[in-house]
Write a protein that binds this ligand. Structure first.
Ligand SMILES: [Zn+2]
Length: 373
C-alpha cells in the first residue's frame, strides 16, 4: 500500500465517529512525561493538569482575570457536560466560571415558587418577558410543569438573563440551550441577549457513544442518604461489600460528609437508554444542526478513542477502567479487579472510553486556540 493511501486511510479512521460528524482525537501525551497521576483526587488532578496543559492554563488564567467568554455546552443526555464544566471550574476557580444549567434554574424557580413570587426577580421577569403567550400563561406552564407543554423559549431566556445578571461578569458554560432544534438560532445571539456583547463565544460539542450512556445508566447506583451517584461497573467507591444472602456485590457510599449507606440502583435504570431514546435522537439532531453553523467557533470533544490507537494518544491511567469483583470466602473480603473498559462506538469500532480529565485537557487546548491566546 502506498504511503499516501495509508495516510489517507488513517486520516479517515482518526476522524470517523458519531455517524458522519468529524471529531478529532487530541492527544494528551507530553514527551518524556512518565509520571502516573491520581485522577480521583483534587490534588492529583491539579498536578495532572499542570503537567499536561500548565502553559495553556497560565495564559487562560491571565485572560480570565480581565475577560469572560460564553460557551454553549452541547452533548447528549448523560454525556458529562456538568462534569467537564465542574473540572474546568476546579482549575480556574468559582469566582471566574459558572456552570449555568437551564434545567436547574427552571426547577429551582418551580420548587421555591412562593419566595420567587415575592421577590424582585418576579417583577423583573414580568418586565423582561415578551412572547406569544401571556406572562400568566407562561407561569402556569412553569408551575404545571407538564412535560408535554414546553416552556416558551422567550420565557426561559428572560429567566436566564435574570440569573446571569447576578454572576458579575463570570465566564459561562451554558448547559441546556439549545434544547430544541428551533432554539439553535437563539444561541447565535445569546451573548447579545445577556449583555456579554464583546465576549468570545463558542460551542463545546461532546461526542459520546450510546454504549457509554447506556452503561452509565444501567449500572448507576445512588446513596439513599446523600444522593451521591456512582456506577457499579465504571465508577466505584472505596468500599465494596458482599451480600452473602443474595450473592450480590454492592457499593457503600464513601462521601466524607455522609454517614455511609448501601448504594442502590434506581427503578427502571436496568433498561438503560431505552426510555430516553427520543431525547437522544433530538440531541443528535441539534448537534448536527449546530455542526452546519458558520461564524461561531466549535470546540469538539470526544470521550472515546479507537482501542488500537488508545496507547498512542493517551496514557493508560486516562482510560476509563471497568471494575469487577470476586469474593474471597476464606478472608471474607471483596477483591476488586480492574482493566480498561472496551465498548463499541456508534460505528461499531472497538473503543476505550476516556476519564473526564483528559477530555478537559482537550477542551483547554482548543479553548486556548479559539481565544487566540
Ligand atoms: Zn451517602
Amino acid at each position: 500500500m502506498s504511503d499516501f493511501w495509508l495516510n489517507f486511510q488513517l486520516l479517515i479512521f482518526n476522524f470517523q465517529t458519531m455517524k458522519g460528524l468529524e471529531f478529532p482525537i487530541v492527544s494528551t501525551k507530553v514527551p518524556g512525561l512518565k509520571k502516573k497521576f491520581d485522577l480521583t483526587s483534587p490534588k492529583g488532578r491539579k498536578d495532572y493538569f499542570e503537567a499536561k496543559v500548565g502553559d495553556e492554563i497560565g495564559h487562560l488564567r491571565n485572560f480570565l482575570d480581565k475577560n469572560t467568554f460564553v460557551a454553549y455546552l452541547l452533548g447528549k443526555k448523560n454525556s458529562g457536560k456538568g462534569t467537564y464544566a465542574k473540572l474546568f471550574t476546579e482549575i480556574f476557580g468559582e469566582d471566574k466560571v459558572e456552570h449555568v444549567s437551564v434545567g436547574d434554574i427552571v426547577r429551582d424557580v418551580h420548587t421555591n415558587w412562593k419566595s420567587f413570587a415575592n421577590s424582585d426577580d418576579y417583577k423583573r421577569l414580568r418586565q423582561l418577558y415578551r412572547g406569544y403567550i401571556s406572562y400568566e400563561a407562561a407561569i402556569k406552564t412553569l408551575l404545571g410543569r407538564s412535560t408535554k407543554t414546553l416552556l416558551p423559549t422567550e420565557f426561559v431566556l428572560a429567566l436566564l438573563k435574570i440569573h446571569i445578571e447576578k454572576l458579575e461578569g463570570k465566564s459561562i458554560f451554558l448547559d441546556g440551550l439549545p434544547r430544541e432544534s428551533d432554539q439553535v438560532s437563539y444561541s447565535l445571539y445569546f451573548r447579545d441577549i445577556i449583555n456579554y456583547r464583546g465576549d468570545p463565544d463558542m460551542f463545546v460539542i461532546i461526542d459520546i457513544p450510546e454504549a457509554v450512556i447506556n452503561e452509565r445508566i444501567k449500572y448507576r447506583v445512588v446513596c439513599p442518604k446523600c444522593q451521591t451517584s456512582r456506577n457499579k461497573k465504571l465508577l466505584i467507591t472505596s468500599k465494596i461489600e458482599y451480600d452473602t444472602k443474595s450473592g450480590e456485590f454492592y457499593l457503600v457510599c464513601d462521601n466524607p460528609k455522609c454517614p455511609g449507606a448501601r448504594m442502590e440502583a434506581k427503578e427502571g435504570d436496568d433498561t438503560g437508554i431505552e426510555p430516553i431514546r427520543d431525547r437522544l435522537q433530538k440531541d443528535d439532531e441539534i448537534m448536527r444542526n449546530v455542526f452546519s453553523l458558520h461564524g461561531v467557533p466549535k470546540i469538539l470533544l470526544r470521550n472515546h478513542v479507537p482501542k488500537v490507537e488508545a496507547r498512542e494518544y493517551f496514557d493508560e491511567y486516562e482510560l476509563t477502567p471497568e471494575y469487577s469483583f470476586i469474593y474471597d470466602e476464606e478472608k471474607k473480603k471483596v477483591k476488586v479487579l480492574e482493566k480498561p473498559w472496551t465498548m463499541k462506538d456508534d460505528n461499531g469500532v472497538d473503543s476505550n472510553s476516556l476519564l473526564a480529565p483528559p477530555v478537559v485537557v482537550s477542551m483547554i487546548k482548543q479553548l486556548f486556540d479559539v481565544l487566540n491566546l
